[in-house]
Design a binder for this molecule. Structure first.
Ligand code: HXC
Ligand code: NAP
Length: 225
């Protein structure tokens, strides 16, 4: 990904920006802590970088500890902020609990949750196995609920915060080869509204963010492969 206006060259690795122009105050997120699932790559990595460039400390969590460790090293070097890598599979609540406990031990709190972990591939509905459909729903939809509920119970309900669910526009009109991802993301959009009204009184803001195709990411590569 690139901050430049021209179409960026695709690359296999995730790297921090060489140049960054501030729109908001550089310390607008000073003393805040963000927990980012899928933060070791693609859109989640870039979200982590931008939050850290604004003074935020982060926890980046995904299944591959090696991936989040390597990404955390890059993020720390580029931003000077603390970044804790954590291994977790959002389908397995006990692994999220362990990662959140490690985050609370390191930072004492979490203010912001970015639910970015997801899985996708192109496949016609008729060719999808039952397990393939279930797998994407489990990673995207259940994973978002699992992580949100655990962070709510462990800290957000005590001091409020922000949850951002990364969804997609696939279901807005329907799209071929994407019934699994579109259904999963539409369910997250519904979940967002339910949690926003239920947790709003606890001073927790819940929103969805639905990007269009973003070049230089695994999600984009899977759509065009
Ligand atoms: C059909 C497939 C498949 C494919 C896997 N399956 N790949 N079916 N076409 N290309 C089936 C398998 O056969 C299996 O069903 C079931 O899905 C589970 O597969 P596993 O490999 O066992 O699952 P797992 O190891 O958990 O891997 C999950 C994954 C994988 C989603 C399949 O690709 C992954 O880990 N992805 C994470 C990275 C990623 O996808 N990033 C892109 C996010 S972008 P059976 O019946 O054989 O057991 C995104 C974009 C949205 O979300 C919008 C863009 C505009
Ligand atoms: P990506 O780099 O593949 O990001 C997905 C991340 O989720 C990876 O870091 C992966 O790491 C993690 N992950 C996958 N399964 C997991 C699990 N079970 N538990 C924990 N972590 C898991 O792809 P991306 O394209 O940047 O996508 C990021 C987000 O943006 C996703 O929510 C995607 O749906 C959304 N989105 C992307 C686009 C696009 O054009 N790229 C468009 C719209 C929406 P591990 O493999 O280490 O677990």
């Amino acid at each position: 990904m690139s901050a430049a206006g021209s179409v960026p060259q695709d690359v296999d690795s995730d790297d921090c920006l060489l140049n960054y122009s501030y729109i908001f105050s550089p310390d607008i997120l000073k003393n805040k802590v963000a927990f980012i699932t899928g933060g070791g790559s693609g859109i989640g990595f870039r979200i982590a970088e931008i939050l850290m460039r604004h003074g935020c400390q982060t926890v980046i969590a995904s299944r591959s500890l090696e991936r989040v460790q390597a990404s955390a090293a890059k993020l720390r070097a580029a931003t000077g902020q603390r970044c804790l890598p954590a291994s977790a599979d959002v389908r397995r609540p006990e692994t999220i609990v362990a990662a959140v406990d490690a985050a609370l031990q390191e930072f004492g709190k979490v203010d912001i949750l970015i639910n970015g972990a997801a899985g996708n591939f192109l496949c016609p509905a008729s060719g999808l196995s039952f397990n393939a459909f279930k797998t994407v729903l489990e990673i995207d939809t259940m994973g978002t609920f699992n992580t949100s509920k655990i962070l709510y119970q462990k800290c957000l309900k005590d001091h409020g915060g922000v949850i951002v669910n990364i969804t997609a526009t696939l279901s807005y009109r329907g799209q071929i080869l994407q019934v699994h991802a579109g259904s999963a993301k539409a369910a997250i959009d519904a979940m967002t509204k339910h949690l926003a009204v239920e947790w709003g009184p606890d001073n927790i803001r819940v929103n969805s963010l639905a990007p269009g195709p973003v070049s230089g990411t695994e999600g984009f590569r899977k759509l065009v492969s």
